[in-house]
Design a protein around this ligand. Structure first.
Ligand code: FAD
Ligand code: SF4
Length: 538
């Protein structure tokens, strides 16, 4: 097989690569997918908080370096489906304004080279493909959409409904978070998803999470023109003598080097690994790294400013599936702080085993077990701004070095303040305003490792744009400097916005997929029909 030539090679099977493979598969073109990981084994441990959260069993054991040369263990996952195997499946569109320039307290969030309207049809298709459950019109910042969500929102459990009512009474506009789980609440006996408490951060043991493996890669492989090599680590990309074309994809499998070639090569290894791969592929024609004449490859790394805040109440919180409520009232600012602050939603319900690893401050008169039973576990996201000095580089021996200094932190502090204020106004029937005991930060250092948020939302390292002097990719996510090289993971973001990134990566992969199909002279209309038919037939 080594030495074979393909029409398209896709490297990586996550939100970007998996979605692209799905979209290109019906074209009949010869497609090779290369994935460094294997399938996530299906085993009871998939849903064990000790194994998943405390032992970090499924995380890569690779180590990277921080800017001081200290080792760090990234909380990231190398499997078929990439990080979507473990994600919380909150599938948001960026806001329309996120595509323009926005002035933040900490600086400027730059404009994208495309408008929201350009991506809108692809958001709609991605929502259908990933079976997103949501209610249009509830979220005050939601951009215009051409069709409703394909599935009704996942309902709130009673404690979350009570909180939603409290928030509404205090003037906020809470909404149902759009999520990609295959839950059919009208037909519980037929529903794939069983609405369990081990979704966010865990692989789905019953294959009911809309992840890139289940939804896209498995479907793509039903086409005989598509093949997948697992445990296939792409080491470098080599160009022809002009430097304008990738000629060889060098892969390590079972410690043996193999090489493959294709008319089109698509990199989708996640924002950090994709930048590292291009930097590793430096040659005479590309001395700073492949496709890096602009010197932006690896720079402008973003990953959001995130925190988990546990609101402890006297009333217990027996919620099983907690990730149903969001608040975006402060996304663009407020009267007392006229700058974007970000997004409030939930993580999966925290349990005592996971809390022990995160060692939060203990609420007075509570044990960890009691805290876990009584907490509402909020997830707060603020935008971090693209700083050229926040970057991925390589050490002398080829290790990934991640240099990151957080910025725009006032926005996040203000967002936390807004949540504190909102929680003080909650009013339960038994304890009144005294029910809420305070907000407690959960230390994100699981097992004393890099903060989860440090790389979970990684983006920005191979930005797209019109100007080859300030971007590595053009608007079709093709490298300015290389004619047959594309990037479709989270690297292309010029700004990180403040909602979860995966749906935008998926939608963009479909958009770039249409461009690649045109380049391959395949009709995109028949392709889109076949996408819809495949989803409808499931
Ligand atoms: C615990 C957790 C919860 C999350 N929750 C959410 C959420 O609720 N909503 C949301 O929008 N986002 C969420 N995210 C983030 C989301 O998963 C990512 O934004 C998304 O998966 C990124 O897609 P990607 O294509 O850029 O990269 P990935 O999904 O990371 O895929 C990259 C793929 O490339 C492979 N690869 C890497 N290097 C190589 C190489 N050299 N050779 C071959 N293969 C390679 C990797 O193994 C992987 O399969 C979460 C992430 C985590 C970890
Ligand atoms: S069964 Fe449903 S809630 Fe549980 S992990 Fe799977 S998709 Fe998530």
């Amino acid at each position: 097989m080594s030495g074979s030539h393909y029409d398209v090679i896709i490297i990586g099977t996550g939100a970007g690569g998996g979605t692209l493979a799905y979209h290109l598969a019906p074209s009949g073109k010869r497609i090779l997918i290369l994935e460094r990981g294997d399938y996530v084994p299906r085993e009871k441990a998939n849903w064990d908080p000790q194994v998943v959260n405390v032992d970090a069993h499924y995380n890569t054991k690779e180590s990277w370096l921080d800017k001081d040369g200290k080792e760090l263990h990234p909380h990231t996952n190398y499997y078929v489906g990439g990080n979507t195997k473990f994600y919380g499946a909150a599938l948001f569109r960026l806001r329309k304004q996120d595509f323009g320039e926005l002035r933040h307290h900490g600086g400027i969030s730059p404009a994208w080279p495309i408008r929201y309207e350009d991506l809108e049809p692809y958001y709609t298709r991605a929502e259908t493909l990933y079976q997103v459950h949501g209610n249009r019109g509830e979220d005050p910042t939601e951009p215009r959409a051409t069709s409703p969500y394909p599935w009704p929102a996942v309902s709130h459990e009673p404690r979350i409904q009570q909180l939603s009512d409290d928030f509404s009474r205090s003037g906020l506009k809470p909404f149902h978070v759009p999520v990609g789980v295959m839950l059919d609440e009208k037909n519980p006996t037929r529903s794939h998803c069983i609405r369990c408490n081990t979704c966010d951060g865990f692989p789905c043991l019953v294959g009911a999470k809309s992840d890139a493996q289940v939804v896209c890669v498995d479907e793509a492989l039903k086409h005989s023109n598509v093949s997948l090599l697992t445990n296939a680590l792409v080491k470098r990309l080599e160009t022809d003598s002009s430097g304008r074309e990738v000629r060889t994809v060098v892969v390590e499998r079972e410690r043996v080097l193999e090489s493959y070639s294709a008319d089109i090569v698509v990199v989708s290894c996640g924002a950090i690994n994709s930048a590292a791969l291009l930097l590793r592929s430096a040659n005479d024609k590309h001395p700073r790294g492949l496709a890096n004449a602009s010197d932006v490859v690896g720079r402008h790394y973003m990953g959001h400013t995130n925190s988990v805040l546990m609101a402890i109440s006297k009333c217990p919180n027996p919620t099983i599936f907690q990730k149903t409520l969001g608040v975006n009232d402060f996304y663009f600012g407020s009267e007392d702080f006229p700058h974007p602050m970000g997004h409030i939603s939930f993580v999966g319900k925290l349990d005592a085993i996971t809390l022990k690893a995160g060692a939060p401050a203990i609420a007075p008169n509570f044990t960890l077990e009691l805290m876990a039973k009584h907490s509402l576990d909020f997830w707060l996201t603020s935008e971090d701004l693209p700083d050229p000095n926040n970057r991925v580089t390589l050490s002398r021996d080829g290790k990934i070095v991640l240099n990151y200094t957080p910025n725009n932190l006032e926005a996040h502090a203000r967002l936390q303040g807004k949540l504190k204020q909102a929680m003080k106004q909650t009013n339960c029937a038994i304890h009144g305003h005294e029910c809420h005991q305070g907000l407690f930060g959960r230390n994100l250092y699981v097992g004393q490792r890099i903060p989860l948020a440090g790389v979970a939302h990684q983006n920005g390292t191979i930005r797209f744009g019109h100007d080859p002097l300030t971007s590595a990719l053009d608007v079709n996510c093709k490298a300015h400097d290389v004619d047959n090289l594309y990037v479709v993971d989270g690297s292309f973001f010029p700004s990180s916005a403040a909602v979860n990134p995966a749906l935008t990566i998926m939608a963009n992969a479909l958009r770039v997929g249409d461009h690649i199909l045109q380049r391959l002279r395949v009709s995109t209309a028949s392709q889109n029909e076949s996408d819809t038919e495949a989803v409808a037939s499931r």
